[in-house]
Design a protein around this ligand. Structure first.
Ligand SMILES: Cc1ncc(COP(=O)(O)O)c(C=O)c1O
Length: 475
C-alpha cells in the first residue's frame, strides 16, 4: 500500500459527540466517549507500517493461516471512532469491529464497569453459583426486545452459540425438527450455523458434512429480483417453498436476519417480515429474529424488527450488547424458553460477570444517550451524500441500509454484474488513506459502513470524503 496523505485535523464536533448532537446537550458519558484517544485521522508511515509488518512475520509463524484480517495493522489502542496502530497511525473506524463497539471503542463507562466487576470477582460460573449481573442483563433484554409479553433469556458467549441455542429451544418447544433459513443468510461458523449460513467460500467450503434438517428458501433482495416483488409476494414465494418442500407442520422455526448482514446489508421489501410473522403464527412455527448484527440501536431502532412492529418468538443478540466484551443471548417468550428442562441450557462462561457488567454499562448508554437517534442521524448524513455520489459513479448499483448499517453495492457499470475486485480496490484505497471500511455480500461486492454510533460528525464526514474519493478514483 502507498503512503497516504497525512492529516492532523481534530474533529470540531468534539470527541465522541454523535452527529447532530449539540455540545451543550452532550452528557458526561458522551463527553469522554473517546477514552482519551484523539479523534483524528493521522498517517505516520506506509500502511501497514514497519512494526505491524514485524508482527505479521511473528504471526505467520504461529497463527493459523485460516484466520484472516481485513486490515493487517496491529492495534495499540482505540477509543471512540479511532483505532491507533503500533506505528502511530490513527484510522477512522467505519467498522466497529463488525458492529460491536457501537458505544465507542473502550467507552469509559464500559471499561469502568468491567474494572469494578473484575476487582470483585472474575468468574464463578452462573450454573454453579449465580450473581445479580446476569439477572440484570436478562431484565434489560426482557424490557428492550420487541413485544411486551413475559420473556426469559439465556446468556452465552458468541452469536453462533446464541443461534445454536435458539434452534435447540425451538425444537424442544415445538417438538419439530426442521429449521428454515433464507438465501444470503449468515448465522455463524459452528457446524449447525454453517449449515444455516448461505455462502460457501470462505465459511463452508471443505468443512462439511453439515447438520441436517436445515432448509433454505428465497429471501427478499429488492435490487436483484428479476421482477419487482412486494414484501408480501416475496414472503409468499418463501412460504410456498416451505409448504411444498418441507411441510409447514415439520418446521420448528424460521430464522431471519431483519436486515441481512454478511449477505450484503440487504433490506427486505416492506411487508416481507410481517408476512413471514403472520405465516409462522398460522402454522405454529416459531419466528426467530437473528438481531446479532442489527440489534442494539444499530439500525436506528433498538431492534430492527421494531421498524415494522414485528414481534418474534425468539431473538438472538450479541455484538453491540456489551461494548466489545464477548456476550450473546437468546431471549424469548417465557413459555417457549421454559419448555427446556433444567440443565438443558448453559455453558462454563455464558454470562461471564465481566461481560455482563459491560453489557449493563453499554445498555445504559444506548438508552440514556438515545443512540438509536444517533444512528438515524448518521443515516440522514451519509445516505444523501452517497446517493448524490452514485450519480457520478457508475459502479454504484445501490446505496441502502438502515440507521448506521449502510451499504454501497458495487457492480460493473450499466448492469448488475457484481464487481468484487472493484469493491476490494475501494476498501484498500480507504485503508491506505486511514479509513477502515469493511466489505460483505454473497458476491463480495458490497462496501459496508458500521461506524460507532458515538462517532463525531466531522470525523464521519472526513471518513466519507475519503470513501468518495476512493470510489471516484475508479481505474
Ligand atoms: C446475523 C449474525 N448472526 C450470527 C453471527 C455470528 O456471531 P459470532 O461471530 O459472534 O459467532 C453474526 C456475526 O457476524 C451475524 O452477523
Amino acid at each position: 500500500m502507498t503512503h497516504g496523505s497525512a492529516t492532523t485535523h481534530r474533529t470540531d464536533a468534539g470527541p465522541g459527540r454523535a452527529p447532530g448532537t449539540a455540545p451543550e446537550s452532550a452528557s458526561p458519558a458522551a463527553a469522554d466517549a473517546d477514552g482519551g484517544v484523539p479523534q483524528r485521522r493521522l498517517l505516520r508511515t506506509e500502511i501497514p507500517g514497519p512494526r505491524s509488518r514485524a508482527l505479521a512475520e511473528r504471526r505467520a509463524a504461529v497463527v493459523a493461516a485460516g484466520v484472516a484480517s481485513t486490515l493487517p495493522v496491529y492495534v495499540e489502542r482505540a477509543g471512540g471512532g479511532v483505532i491507533v496502530d503500533v506505528d502511530g497511525n490513527s484510522f477512522i473506524d467505519l467498522g466497529s469491529g463488525i458492529a460491536v463497539t457501537s458505544v465507542g471503542n473502550a467507552a469509559p463507562a464500559v471499561t469502568r464497569a468491567v474494572q469494578e466487576q473484575v476487582a470483585r470477582f472474575t468468574h464463578t460460573c452462573f450454573m454453579v453459583t449465580p450473581y445479580e449481573e446476569y439477572v440484570a442483563v436478562c431484565e434489560a433484554l426482557a424490557r428492550l426486545t420487541p413485544g411486551d409479553h413475559a420473556k426469559r433469556s439465556v446468556l452465552v458467549n458468541s452469536g453462533a452459540e446464541a443461534v445454536e441455542n435458539a434452534v435447540k429451544i425451538a425444537r424442544r418447544a415445538t417438538g419439530r425438527d426442521a429449521v428454515v433459513v433464507l438465501d444470503h443468510a449468515y448465522h455463524g461458523r459452528t457446524n449447525l450455523t454453517m449449515a444455516m449460513t448461505a455462502k460457501a467460500m470462505p465459511y463452508k467450503t471443505g468443512f462439511g458434512p453439515f447438520a441436517g434438517e436445515v432448509y433454505r428458501v428465497p429471501a427478499s433482495y429488492p435490487l436483484r429480483e428479476p421482477v419487482p416483488l412486494t414484501g408480501e409476494e416475496a414472503a409468499r414465494r418463501a412460504t410456498t417453498v416451505i409448504e411444498k418442500q418441507v411441510g409447514a407442520d415439520q418446521v420448528a422455526c424460521v430464522v431471519v436476519e431483519p436486515v441481512q448482514g454478511e449477505g450484503g446489508f440487504i433490506v427486505p421489501a416492506p411487508g416481507f417480515l410481517p408476512a413471514l410473522e403472520r405465516w409462522c403464527r398460522e402454522h405454529g412455527v416459531l419466528l426467530v429474529a437473528d438481531e446479532i448484527q442489527t440489534g442494539f440501536a444499530r439500525t436506528g431502532a433498538m431492534f430492527a424488527c421494531d421498524h415494522e412492529g414485528v414481534v418474534p418468538d425468539l431473538v438472538t443478540t450479541a455484538k453491540g450488547i456489551a461494548g466489545g466484551l464477548p456476550l450473546a443471548a437468546v431471549t424469548g417468550r417465557a413459555e417457549l424458553m421454559d419448555a427446556v428442562h433444567g440443565g438443558g441450557l448453559g455453558g462454563t462462561y455464558g454470562g461471564n460477570p465481566a461481560a455482563c457488567a459491560a453489557a449493563l454499562a453499554a445498555i445504559d448508554l444506548y438508552e440514556r444517550e438515545d443512540l438509536a437517534a444517533a444512528a438515524r442521524r448518521i443515516e440522514a448524513l451519509v445516505v444523501p451524500r452517497l446517493r448524490a455520489l452514485a450519480e457520478r459513479a457508475p459502479q454504484i448499483a445501490e446505496v441502502r441500509g438502515r440507521g448506521a448499517m449502510l451499504a454501497v453495492e458495487i457492480t460493473r457499470p450499466g448492469g448488475l454484474e457484481p464487481d468484487p475486485a472493484e469493491t476490494a480496490r475501494i476498501a484498500r484505497a480507504c485503508a491506505a488513506e486511514g479509513v477502515l471500511v469493511l466489505t460483505c455480500g454473497t458476491y463480495g461486492n458490497v462496501l459496508r459502513l458500521l461506524p460507532p454510533l458515538v462517532i463525531g460528525e466531522d470525523l464521519l464526514l472526513e471518513g466519507l470524503e475519503v470513501l468518495e474519493r476512493a470510489i471516484l478514483a475508479a481505474g
